[in-house]
Design a protein around this ligand. Structure first.
Ligand SMILES: [Zn+2]
Length: 173
């Protein structure tokens, strides 16, 4: 079977293949240092109100909610970044960033150096708005630090960026 649908943007640093953890996964196409840009998380965007009004059934797999309340559905027009699986000990991260038009983007990048062929993971840090127990989102990442769930750790506020971008305050003399 051929996949005919073209993604909005290509992610040449990612190879999509069966995952050892869950469904399809994303693998490093080559050796990469830390903080290598992998691609933007793309797809159809929904406001918080639209997300609440929609009946998602089992289509939650590729939803990514941003800090401004918008949700990106990578199942519709998404690229290779949607195939990164969750790990409690991830080698990649998703970083929010505003573009020049004031639109909130989600950059995927490596957190540490990876080797070609490594499966790539981020920490989903899900929040269950409906109060579902952590056991509803079991984690099978198998890392020694696995917390057993894909939900965010309760003791770490998910909305506190530890490394907020600090640009040097360059001022013309
Ligand atoms: Zn885990």
């Amino acid at each position: 079977m051929k996949k005919s649908r073209e993604p909005l943007s290509s992610t040449p640093l990612l190879r999509i293949a069966d995952s050892a953890v869950h469904g399809l996964g994303a693998y490093a196409a080559r050796d990469m240092p830390a903080e290598t840009f992998l691609g933007l998380y793309e797809g159809r965007r929904y406001t918080a109100e639209q997300v609440a009004a929609k009946d998602w059934n089992n289509q939650l797999t590729y939803l990514f909610t941003l800090s401004n309340g918008e949700t990106i559905d990578g199942a519709k027009g998404g690229n290779g970044t949607r195939h990164l699986n969750h790990s409690c000990a991830p080698n990649c991260e998703a970083v929010e960033e505003y573009d020049d038009a004031g639109r909130l983007l989600l950059r995927f990048q490596t957190l540490v150096a990876v080797d070609a062929g490594d499966e790539l993971f981020i920490d989903y840090c899900l929040t269950a708005d409906d109060g579902s127990p952590p056991s509803d989102y079991p984690c099978l990442c198998g890392s020694p630090d696995c917390r057993g769930t894909m939900l965010a750790p309760a003791d770490t506020p998910a909305d506190t960026p530890a490394d907020a971008a600090t640009e040097s305050p360059f001022k013309p003399a």
